[in-house]
Design a protein around this ligand. Structure first.
Ligand SMILES: Cc1cc2nc3c(=O)[nH]c(=O)nc-3n(C[C@H](O)[C@H](O)[C@H](O)COP(=O)(O)OP(=O)(O)OC[C@H]3O[C@@H](n4cnc5c(N)ncnc54)[C@H](O)[C@@H]3O)c2cc1C
Length: 257
């Protein structure tokens, strides 16, 4: 996507950032007033600043012959993913993108999932780190700014961060155009507060296992997703529509206490 963007050098790996200079395997660049860390979930540089939960994720495009999956499937099954979830997304014809994120043994679990779905891979597995937050408490520091995954700006309940990466890049660009990088800190403050709250929900649902209990409690119930970008809002609105939520709330309190 970035090909052809003026001033951008592709294929360069930054190995050190110090004193306003960036060192890559090919040379040293700078001096710069500010270095934008946009390294995704690699966390080579951002990992030195703050801690963000990073789960290995792996997916593969595979054919599921004669078994159409009409909707996007999100699978919560401890045997497939103990600490996150698996997904099946329709790509084209009978080809689906099948993947999962978890704390370990991800290739083995993906093989198990493919076997259970009787899916035949049509490509090579690919993936990376899925971040479950919390977002960085500070996204602008002396001589640097963080955007996207590097800033921990992902939705902790899904690991999704494409839109947030784009929006944070836009917000930083706006602040830099005004010559005030600190404006970026303020521009992302409300978002980061929301994501921090969602990270607590991640901890309760995935680490303490509320999601599995909740699925049992709400079994057979249908909900409307009111906001795909705000999972907490969607969950809260859904919970408000059924009396079963009292039981789910009691379960949440039991896990919290
Ligand atoms: C398996 C999987 C499935 C996902 N599915 C979804 C999804 O369905 N929806 C969604 O919204 N999000 C999804 N995500 C998350 C999404 O990919 C990220 O949130 C998003 O790509 C973050 O964008 P970014 O620009 O911050 O980082 P990236 O897109 O990771 O870009 C970072 C770039 O920096 C480069 N880089 C890293 N280190 C260096 C270095 N030292 N020097 C130079 N370059 C470097 C990398 O090569 C990469 O090109 C998924 C993630 C995974 C792993």
């Amino acid at each position: 996507m970035a090909e052809g963007v003026e001033g951008l050098k592709l294929g360069e790996q930054a190995v050190e950032v110090r004193g306003g200079y960036v060192r890559t395997r090919r040379g040293v660049y700078g001096p710069y007033d500010l270095v934008v860390i946009a390294e995704g979930s690699a966390r080579r540089f951002s990992g030195r600043l703050e801690r963000v939960v990073r789960l290995p994720g792996l997916q593969v495009d595979a054919r599921i012959p004669g078994r159409p999956v009409d909707e996007m499937l999100v699978i919560y099954d401890k045997r497939i993913s103990d600490e996150y979830f698996a997904w099946v997304v329709h790509i084209d014809g009978d080809v689906y993108r099948i993947g999962l994120a978890d704390s370990g043994a991800v290739p083995q679990k993906l093989a198990k999932l493919l076997k259970a779905l009787r899916a035949e891979p049509v490509g090579r597995p690919f993936g990376g780190g899925v971040l479950a937050g919390p977002p960085h408490g500070r996204v602008v520091g002396p001589g640097y700014a963080l955007v996207g995954d590097a800033a921990g700006l992902t939705k902790p309940l899904s690991g999704g961060g494409i839109v947030l990466a784009m929006r944070s890049g836009e917000a930083l660009n706006e602040a830099l155009r005004k010559g005030e990088p600190q404006l970026y800190e303020g521009a992302t403050k409300a978002l980061r507060a929301r994501l921090r709250l969602a990270h607590r929900a991640y901890w309760l649902m995935y680490r303490r296992g509320l999601v599995h209990k909740a699925l049992e409690i709400y079994n057979g119930q249908h909900f409307v997703a009111v906001d795909y970008d705000d999972h907490l809002k969607t969950l809260a609105v859904a919970a408000a529509t059924t009396a079963k939520s009292l039981k789910a709330l009691a379960e949440a309190l039991r896990l919290l206490l």
